[in-house]
Design a protein around this ligand. Structure first.
Ligand code: 8YV
Length: 314
């Protein structure tokens, strides 16, 4: 008998196929009548395969009384009610490490694209404006500048390694200093004041909500660039839009937003932002590795073994 696993949202077809080989898979997005599904099938579900966005809210877990494990296809746990999971003895697993380098690549791409105005430049060539109007205005140098990392975890460190290759001075803000070669700032505003670029790689959730607020954005200043590959909630989005519109911040590179996939018109129409559809981990290679890790976590749990990447529910 294959254990019953509920998948919250489609990821790649290969991920669902891999889950189907080992489990009786139920696809929540295909369910038309959720209340009868939860009544009839809910009590059979022992595993939940979800992603960073859909997560596992308490409301969903409550509808699955025999739930044993939540396997997240992602590293961020802000959408998983960890307190509820712990209370109910539900095991949680995520997919750290396998996505680190790709998310760090995205941070670098966004920083370079925002500073060098790559997207605007591309449009300038495509529209033949170059021929008609001549050379574009100059852009901003990236190499050799000062960068601040908000959230020096696995992804933050991978970003820092890339910035080292660009001869940058690197500082960071975490709640507490950690063992690292970089300069620590206890105050994110002081960090923003001292750097040219601020790169957000902090975990989402209530603890970091609005961490990059009005004051931090003002401190980064009219020559500053903000990059966010973490969660939209970490940045005060209305304050960011206002600063970009009024050129109190030079530019931003954003892979994440406050209410995905909705992005305010105002943000979409600004020329000094580079936007991505939450694609930090979105490469064929990494999504395959993440899907594989989700399957292996579920398999290990149902085989009564140790999970490859369990979340420590403190
Ligand atoms: C995924 C993410 O895009 O790892 C995370 O926390 O946000 C991303 O890698 C997301 O989990 C969807 O699979």
């Amino acid at each position: 008998m294959k254990p019953d696993v509920l998948m919250t949202r489609p990821s790649t077809p290969a991920a669902a196929e891999a889950l189907e080989r080992s489990f009786t898979l139920h696809k929540l997005w295909k369910v038309e009548d959720r209340s009868s599904f939860f009544k009839e099938v809910g009590p059979a579900i022992r595993g939940l395969a979800t992603d960073g966005g859909a997560g596992a809210p308490a409301e969903l877990m409550r509808a699955l009384p025999k739930l044993e494990i939540v396997a997240v296809n992602g590293v961020g746990l802000d959408a998983v009610d960890l307190k509820y999971a712990k209370e109910k003895g539900v095991v949680v697993a995520n997919t750290p490490d396998v996505l680190t380098e790709d998310v760090a690549d995205m941070a670098l791409v966004l920083l370079l694209a925002a500073a060098r105005e790559v997207v605007v430049g591309d449009a300038y060539v495509r529209s033949a404006a170059w021929e008609r109007q001549g050379n574009r205005p100059l852009t901003r140098r990236v190499n050799g500048k000062r960068a601040g990392i908000v959230g020096l975890g696995r992804i933050g460190r991978a970003v820092a390694r890339r910035l080292e290759a660009l001869n940058m001075q690197i500082a960071y803000h975490n709640r507490r200093p950690i063992e690292s070669p970089y300069v620590y700032y206890a105050d994110p505003e002081a960090l923003a004041r001292d750097v040219d670029f601020l790169i957000v790689t902090a975990a989402g959730g209530e603890g970091s909500r609005g961490l990059v607020g009005r004051g931090v954005i003002a401190a980064l200043g009219p020559e500053g660039i903000l990059v966010n590959v973490a969660r939209g909630t970490v940045v005060d989005q209305p304050a960011l839009i206002e600063a970009l519109r009024e050129n109190r911040l030079a530019a931003a590179g954003l892979d994440v937003f406050a209410d995905e996939p909705r992005v305010p018109d105002e943000l979409r129409s600004l020329p000094n932002v580079v936007l991505q559809p939450h694609h930090g981990s979105g490469t064929v290679e990494t999504r395959a590795a993440m899907a594989d890790l989700v399957v292996r976590n579920l398999q290990a749990h149902f085989a009564g073994g140790l999970l490859p990447s369990p979340v420590d529910l403190v």
